[in-house]
Design a binder for this molecule. Structure first.
Ligand code: URP
Ligand code: ZN
Ligand code: ZN
Ligand code: ZN
Length: 486
């Protein structure tokens, strides 16, 4: 059974050209002119892009005394409706602290539900011998990136010496360390100060997490990664201070990656000063939204290449869950939505404004993610042999984002009212059309697959080689050469 996508303009991270794409089963068989297949998918007037990959989601995540409302089914379905065909979700170890058990638990929860493909990162939230050992098990299970929380004191936060030990273990295993960069000690103190001053509303969340706290932690994590000799991925970069740290590190030859979020690029801190408590609380996430100058910095970073990928950190808590913090902003579950909106918002506010080229758009939403996370070109590319995760991206479909028409389980949408100027006409996951605009497509839970990611991406090996070459070396001296009379 073959399909051909006809009459479209293929847009990849490095090329824009007219060609048909022949799909056989789950993969791309051929790219060229006048191809024929058993079925035809029309892409006239549209672009054909690699399916989006969201490198940062939290579906059904147990967090801050509750569990994220978005299920693996609704999350991966919403993603597909917005043109994202793969999500990388964060596994959090449970009460027993076991990484292996946590990964198995994520498989158990996600397997029957996912509508498109998934991969996992895993959090390292402490340090002991079994974590050291189980990091190897995780890599063997296809989970080769580990997130370290420098914030959430008293819960997920890890200390510097533990982080250093874990980063060194990542280097040995060919795994990628990731950090949530905020100074958790300072945040905890500032939160208390805010509460003591009677600032109990969501504005206190923003005040207690200034950009300096993020920049400091980003610099610290970069220093620790450099000392360990391992690349570093900084998640949810929200501000110039963290971006500056990344930029400077990269300019010195360090392998550091930065991930701004679609929310950070388009929504700002004024949301927290909204007099409607629910409105403000729904946007509480860490780090918080920043001002326009920070947004400009993030856009410039995507243009310059100092920031590489755009994620959502989709952690969807309902209004009712957000109200857990009605008297105390520190109890508002942290997280916001964006999985379905990421491509449309980034296209409209990035490509349509000239801030990004179409090729840069593809790079930051798909190809760069696949390269950094070592699944390229199986994912993130339009080449023969790649998985046929493809989106027929139609710049003539406009939509007003709203909770009333989105596919997320959430009762609100932080992008409510945003006009987007392109949407998927078709979304294909491994060759199957799973979403068609205006055709009442339905979710197909369980058809998604877990995609194991191999260790030792090329940047890792290159850095190890360079570190070995430039490592401190003992100077051998002949003691008999000591000048006489000394
Ligand atoms: O506020 C956020 N970002 N919630 C999700 C957990 C995390 O820190 O990534
Ligand atoms: Zn500390
Ligand atoms: Zn985080
Ligand atoms: Zn996150």
């Amino acid at each position: 059974m073959t399909k051909v996508i006809k009459n479209g303009t293929i847009v990849t991270a490095d090329r824009t050209y007219k060609a048909d794409i022949l799909i056989e089963g789950e993969t791309i068989k051929q790219i060229g002119a006048d191809l024929k297949g058993d079925e035809t998918i029309d892409a006239e007037g549209a672009y054909v892009i690699p399916g989006g990959i969201d490198p940062h989601t939290h579906m059904e995540m147990p967090f801050m005394g509750t569990t994220a409302a978005e299920t693996f089914e609704t999350g991966t379905w919403a993603a597909a409706c917005g043109g994202t065909t793969m999500t990388i979700d964060f596994v959090l170890p449970g009460a027993d602290g076991s990484i292996k058990n946590a990964i198995n638990e994520w498989h158990r929860k996600s397997g029957p539900q996912i509508c498109s493909d998934i991969g996992f990162h895993c959090a390292v939230t402490g340090w002991n011998e079994s974590i050291f050992n189980e990091m190897k098990d995780a890599v063997d299970m296809g989970v080769n990136s580990f997130k370290h929380f420098m914030a959430y004191k008293g819960a997920l936060m890890i200390e510097d010496d533990e982080m250093f030990a874990s980063f060194k273990r990542c280097k040995e295993l060919g795994a990628l360390p990731m950090v949530h960069a905020e100074n958790g000690d300072l945040v905890a103190d500032m939160q208390q100060q805010m509460l003591e001053q009677g600032i109990t509303g969501p504005e206190g969340h923003a005040y207690s997490r200034p950009p300096e706290f993020e920049g400091e932690a980003a610099n610290r994590a970069i220093t620790i990664a450099d000392a360990a000799g391992v690349p570093l991925y900084i998640v949810h970069v929200s501000c110039e201070q963290a971006h500056e740290a990344i930029r400077r590190a990269r300019q010195k030859g360090m392998r550091v990656y930065g991930e701004p979020l679609a929310q950070f690029l388009t929504l700002d801190e004024s949301e927290y000063f909204n007099t409607d408590w629910d409105h403000a609380a729904r946007r509480v996430m860490s780090p918080p939204f920043r001002n326009k100058q920070h947004q400009d910095s993030l856009w410039a970073g995507l243009q310059a290449g100092s920031l590489q990928v755009v994620a959502t950190d989709h952690a969807a808590f309902s209004t009712e869950q957000k109200r857990m913090g009605v008297d105390d902003f520190t109890k508002i579950p942290n997280g916001s939505n964006g999985l379905e909106e990421r491509l449309g918002v980034l296209w409209t506010q990035g490509v349509e404004t000239g801030r990004l080229t179409m090729n840069e758009f593809v790079a930051v939403t798909s190809s760069n993610v696949a390269k950094i996370l070592n699944i390229y070109p199986r994912k993130g590319a339009i080449v023969e042999g790649a998985d046929a995760d493809l989106v027929v991206w139609d710049p003539s479909i406009t939509k007003t984002i709203s909770a009333s028409n989105h596919h997320s389980i959430l009762d609100y949408n932080v992008f409510e009212g945003f006009e987007v100027t392109a949407q998927p006409r078709y979304t294909l996951s491994r060759g199957e059309v799973i979403w068609a605009w205006g055709q009442n497509s339905q979710p197909q839970p369980g058809r998604g697959k877990f995609v194991p990611r191999p260790a030792f991406p090329s940047a890792h090996a290159a850095l190890s080689k360079w570190k070995a070459l430039t490592a401190p070396k003992q100077i051998h001296r002949d003691p008999l050469n000591i000048p006489s009379g000394v």
